[in-house]
Design a protein around this ligand. Structure first.
Ligand code: UDP
Ligand code: MN
Length: 291
């Protein structure tokens, strides 16, 4: 067989991964894109470790409607073959659909008080995750991911995503410049980030890490929210703004590409050809009105 240019490109990509995207942060944390890892090899490494992965997902008010697709698609794509305990926090346990789970997969429903403002719900998740990771999860699980419920899995999401502190690059900002990131820019807020600071714009809809690191991350949120409230300010994107502030000073040890929280099932860009988990369409005004 004659070797041509394309054979060399193919071999090059196999050796170094992707050439069209950055697969390493400036602090040498991997950025996980399709084509930068060998799923079979990584699976076999973690299979020997007997790990438990916890997941938190919140469904309050009208958001219980997203649960069936979320849970059923997780069975197809998310940590398949690993011990996975999903903590579902809801104000309506009776609305949780009956989804058949695979072996070593559990759904633990926890009832939480009803809340009315969607801003309080999204931000309030952090305090509840802090409590869970301090108590029952502290000894039960090794890793945890905290995910939005208005989502659906569509492709492989497994142990390649594990790390002690893991952020996901927000799907709308991965190819934007820092000055376009929607960080909190008002110095009065605890989530304030200076114009010349910031690495990536991370999504609030998916993050994770070791249970201990996620506890450290979530613990200060309630207090920061209280300080902001006392100063009559609420961070522009709530928990997402505070998360971006945290990741600025506590760099993730692994960064997931927007394949891990993509915009929409029909959207594709040159870089994002594999979709693992995506945001489903919703009418924000309708679904967030709880009054
Ligand atoms: N959420 C909820 N009920 C609400 C509002 C929000 O359960 O009334 C939870 C749900 O898990 C949701 C997350 O908070 O995925 C974040 O809110 P949302 O998805 O509306 O924010 P967005 O992703 O649109 O910024
Ligand atoms: Mn969402």
């Amino acid at each position: 067989m004659r070797l041509n240019f394309y054979h060399f490109v193919f071999v090059g990509v196999l050796l170094i991964g992707r050439i069209d995207v950055t697969s390493m942060t400036p602090w040498l944390a991997p950025i996980v894109w399709e084509g930068t890892f060998d799923p079979t090899l990584i699976d076999s490494i973690y299979k020997q470790q007997n790990i438990t992965i916890a997941t938190t997902v919140f469904a309050l008010g009208k958001y219980t409607r997203f649960l069936r697709d979320f849970l059923e698609s997780a069975e197809q794509h998310y940590f398949v073959g690993f011990r996975m305990h999903c903590y579902l926090l809801t104000d309506q346990p009776e609305a949780v659909p009956d989804v058949k789970l695979g072996i070593e997969r559990q759904l633990r429903v926890r009832t939480v008080p009803r809340m009315y403002r969607w801003q309080d719900i999204t931000m309030g998740r952090m305090g509840m995750i802090a409590k869970l990771t301090e108590n029952e999860l502290a000894t039960e699980a090794d890793y945890i991911f905290c995910l939005d419920v208005d989502t659906k899995f569509y492709g492989h999401w497994s142990v390649e995503a594990l790390g002690s502190l893991v952020g996901v690059i927000h799907p709308w900002f991965y190819n934007y410049q820092r000055n376009q990131f929607t960080y909190e820019r008002r110095p009065e807020s605890q989530a304030f980030i200076r114009a010349e600071e910031g690495d990536y714009y991370y999504a609030g809809g998916a993050f994770g890490g070791s249970v201990q690191e996620v506890h450290k991350l979530t613990r200060p949120f309630s207090e920061q929210q209280n300080i902001d409230a006392a100063n009559s300010i609420e961070a522009v994107w709530h928990d997402e703004s505070h998360l971006n502030k945290y990741f600025l000073y506590n760099k993730p040890t692994k960064v997931l590409s927007p394949e891990y929280l993509w915009r929409n099932i029909n959207a594709r860009t040159n870089e994002v050809t594999t979709i693992r988990f995506y945001i489903v369409n919703k009418n924000n005004d309708e679904v967030r009105s709880n009054f």
